[in-house]
Write a protein that binds this ligand. Sequence first.
Ligand SMILES: Nc1nc2c(c(=O)[nH]1)N=C([C@H](O)[C@@H](O)CO)CN2
Length: 140
Amino acid sequence: MFHTQSDVVFVKALKVEAVIGVYEWERAITQPLLIDIALETDISRAAVSDEVKDALNYKEVCDDVTAWCQAIKAQLLEHLAGQIADKLLEKYSCDKITLSVAKPTAIEQADAVGVQITRYAQAASNGSGNQADTSSADDA
Ligand SMILES: Nc1nc2c(c(=O)[nH]1)N=C([C@H](O)[C@@H](O)CO)CN2
């Protein structure tokens, strides 16, 4: 089966103040984080209906990610990014997430440092550990 579209809902440079860092002094303060999120999702229904109920609501995504960052209080950006990606995949209907989390004030000589990860929604399983083949001879 051929895919004829690829849609993304994105958030660029979401600013969050959170406890983040491995050093003792970092555990006593909040620091700014800049977060980019790309959620690969089918926007067809919202494109036709023009109703936010049919859309993956980026306002909800921003509110959730902000709350999660502030609750997790991670040491490493790797841990924070992994947790957020897992939670987004669990809550929102999307096939793939690319997420970057940056610390713009961590290294004086750099504009920002951080991590970028890509995660995929779990493919439907046929019990064999392989991806289910949902195609039929008619698809050929
Ligand atoms: N790969 C990483 N390296 C470092 C991290 C991190 O989260 N991932 N964190 C720190 C410190 O918290 C740093 O930001 C303090 O300036 C160091 N290296």
